[in-house]
Design a protein around this ligand. Sequence first.
Ligand code: C5P
Length: 319
Amino acid sequence: PKPNFKVWNEDSSSNSLIFRLQKARQNYLKMNKYNVTFLGKKQSSKLHAEKLLCELKNKVNVTMLKRTEIPSDDSEWKEYLPVKSLGEEARQLGRCAVVSSAGSIKSSGLGSEIDSHDAVLRFNGAPTVGYHQDVGNKTTIRLINSQLVTLEEHQFLKNDLYNSGILVMWDPAPYHAEPSEWYRKPDYDFFGNYKIYRQKHPDQPFYILHPQAPWQIWDILQENTPENIQPNPPSSGMLGILLMMDLCDEVNVYEFIPSKRQTDICHYYQKFQDRACVMGAYHPLLFEKNLVKKISQGEDEHIYVKGRVTLPGFRKIHC
Ligand code: C5P
């Protein structure tokens, strides 16, 4: 008989959170910083994996901001946006890996498995040097947030970690904002450093995620969750997963759904501990993990042992 592996419960509710994180969710609901008004409908019955995958494929457009979306009178910085689309730049990819930064990837020994993929996506300041046994060496795309680009303390302009691969940056917009509204008042004022970086590294592709993409994903998270989720954008992890589902035939996601090594250590490259890194406080991370578990195609054993879920690329699903 096959052993039963106890992994993430795809119907996790906020009741399962520690009190501090329940409170945090409630506070974000009250704050509603991005003026979210959910106009969709919550699904009355649970959608099956194939239905959910089609919802994601049809309703989420993981596109990059285009020069033509910036009103010409308003800005000269649009000249800095890449001309080629991300699809043209990355080409159609086969097997892809998304490497979460969770502390639980430490001592996993997954490095060579991760590097065997055609493309690897990493997040923010996640290093490979000194950690390649567990996380691999290859970085094809790095998804970064606007806070990292903007705040001096993150050393974005100084750290050569960022100088290889394709960069994609995202910044939270108000729920209803058009791109033109958003770039007048972004969450973090990243434009200065974006320009400087592009001048220094003109040949490195550096995209900006379309500000509406995170909210398209958020809508589907909310539609498929009985309770109200935090009215804040999904985590970089969730955005990266959908970005790769758009580019690749198959996506293996590592340590987004925690393995047997689950830990409160936030990042594999730091000592800092906080349960919020796995379960979410600002981000609706608990509900992101529910959704990813629901659409995952691998076996629970692979989650338990490797923290690996396998997802199909959008090209490979027929709706
Ligand atoms: O912290 P950072 O956003 O750079 O981490 C990248 C992503 O990895 C997060 O957005 C989250 O989706 C995922 N993550 C996680 N558990 C952790 C740390 C990160 O699921 N302990």
